[in-house]
Design a protein around this ligand. Sequence first.
Ligand code: ZN
Ligand code: ZN
Length: 463
Amino acid sequence: MSLSEKKIEELIHRDFACSCGHTHRADIEHVVIGEGAIGQLVPILLEQKLADGRVFDPASDTVFAVTDVHTHPIAEAYVFPLLREANILFTEYSFPHEKMHTTDAGVEELRANLPSDTSLLIAIGSGTINDLSRFVAFHANLPYYIIGTAPSMDGYASDVSPIIHNNLKTTFSAVCAKTIIGDPALMQGCPALMIGAGLGDIIGKYVAINDWKISQKINGEYCCDEVCDLVLASVKKCVDSVPGLTKRDPQALQYLMESLVLSGMAISFIGTSRPASSSEHHLAHFMEMQSIFRGEYGELHGTNVGLSTCIVSKLYQEFLKLDLDYDKARAHAKAFDPVRWEADVRRFYQSAADEVIKLEQTAKKNDPEEVLRRIDALEANEGFVRAMVEQLVDRTKDTASLLESLDGLTSPKTAGVTRENMRGILLYAKELRNRYSALQIFYDLGVLEELADRVLDYYYGEE
Ligand SMILES: [Zn+2]
Ligand SMILES: [Zn+2]
């Protein structure tokens, strides 16, 4: 049976010998998503193995519950009564801030409030609470549970925490949740904006999978078709259930939550974020960095990914209209000017520029010799690339209207990004990671600037 035919609970905590030749594994012990899922919390908890090898004992072990001002009432309504009824001891900390971000200060605040006799940590929340709690649980060597309150991001099944550290978003090791619970009843009241963000993070997978498959063809990069199919099938289920999401239909919320958890599992299966993140995430990360440079925290991660997916879809639409000139592309590759490149990177990446320049020294994404090799491969596979891009454009053509129905952002102009900044983001977001993506394909073919200007004209009006 292929991966995409299996239920989510059949995919965790076991080895899967895949047709791609690799063995895939996601080390979560329980994923319970759907109506009534919260009822599984206590039975699972009572069988939980702790860090010292003992099984959780309600007579002596204490749970530490983490919430914030928005999720505390949800915990009081749905989670704490179950713990009290089962005589499970718990202490709690509720972040008192109206708006919260994943920063060093948040980590310190949580650490300072973590009682030393805690046996297990349960977070009740989504993005920020999950990232902070998972990180603190990791360093305190505690088993970690997450009870989702919004289908807003795909980090539920992740084992890393992105934390803003010294003004830079940095990915730190953290612990993977032992148990993930997603009960639609707990998500009914979450703002449309958060559901739109989750949908944005999910629709972006269309781009991630597309770019990954093109890279397999052009660079011989490893790619797993089964994981691609698994992700694509679950994205389609979410896209098809958008009308239900706007009405908070439990089934639709379940599909989106499942898809967000699956996306994190796909990352575990592959060992990198390749199945979940490509050019759409590079653009989103760059927007997030620019907000931080301005001392702001910007939009939700998934809101930026949704917006970026609209932009990448537009770039690919314009790409299909081009008559590719491979000789011109070769001349463009040879004319790469490292001095100008470095100056531009310093201008747009500011305090993060050194990291980006260091990455290029090993990745050599712009090295003419490598680019020329890829141009040859692109020329030899133009039919394949075009077919892939046509499919991607078709899959993402309704993204803007779907996201708009859930308060998403669909234009960089309305998101408050200036045209000049957006141009810098489009031209230099590919420098952020060593990952072959749409933006690198356009650069290699010498058409990135032209496509960027066309798309900027579309969003900002012709100059
Ligand atoms: Zn595989
Ligand atoms: Zn994401």
